[in-house]
Design a protein around this ligand. Sequence first.
Ligand code: MRU
Length: 372
Amino acid sequence: MLETIATAYPYNKEAIIIICEEIINVRFSDDEAAVVILDQTLLPNEAKYLKLCEPEKLCEAIISLRVRGAPAIGIFAAFALYVYAQKLNCDCFESFSSEVTHFSTQLNSARPTAVNLSKQLHRILRLVSSLRASTIPSIKEAMRQEALQIQQEDVLMCKAISEHGQTLIESGFGIMTHCNAGPLATSQYGTALGPILLAHSRGLALSVYCCETRPLLQGARLTSYELYRAGVDVTLICDNMASIVMSEGKIDAIFVGCDRVAINGDTANKIGTSGLSVLAAHYGIPFYVCCPSSTIDPDCLTGKDIEIEQRSPEEIKEMFFAEPVALAGVKCYNPSFDVTDNNLITAIITEHGICRQPYSQSLKIMCNEDIR
Ligand code: MRU
């Protein structure tokens, strides 16, 4: 497998091995009765794989961010739905379809902001409906194939995004990124990290500044881990250091991932992303959003239509600290994502190419097939 990927995509051998070790973050167990994931909550200190088959544990893995990143949760949900369906003992289509739909609704409610979760679940449900006249075993087999297909498509999309994005990077660049949009968040390669890893593998000298990404520290725990292990010169900063780093002239471009794109080009990504875009405009730094076209939501006219996930106060006050850092009664506000205004985005990089303003036209022209 390593050979095939390495030949198809010219990362240097060292980097490809490291990346491939990490990318097996969603797969079927050998007997296909469970989904196996790399538990991202334990990184970077422990690389532990979990074998999940019970419905509650499959949902919990998404809620707790054991599996995370917009494309990865879409892939995981498709795998999870098959694992659930495989165990059903229904003898008629109606009861099979109703059970699968019920579990799909549970999975879908686990995280609201990333569109990939609902899109991939709907894709599997549409397939099930279209096979009403088939036998239950053949529907199950079709679900399995479709889940693998979704994963394979994501590999190709990330690969193409990496190629397009890499054309925007020059040797000597300082790059800033936020949260984690690397191989761990996708099937392979990553979206925002894809162009960086590719540029590095082609010998471009880069220094990457990675924001720690409070409160769950995906930048510190996952992005610096992926970049460091791939041999990229990476420097970790606290989120509130982004402005000084930009003002010191260390940053030539910002690359971030995305959880949902409205058709006017507003994009939702990890909390703190929109602040970086405002700073980038102030300092005259290009701000690039990388995402597969499956992240574009035709039902969202603007960013105001994007639901922002609210998470527990415990993540701000207690997680990652030996003792609580604020009194128990102190209120917390913990939105997990924010929306970057399309006017602050220099380009949106999809697998089809680099889209620029006006996004309502460029996204439509470039990604029309996928948007529909
Ligand atoms: O809460 P998370 O860790 O799932 O948030 C992830 C992000 O915000 C990523 O940037 C986004 O999902 C794109 S991943 C290719």
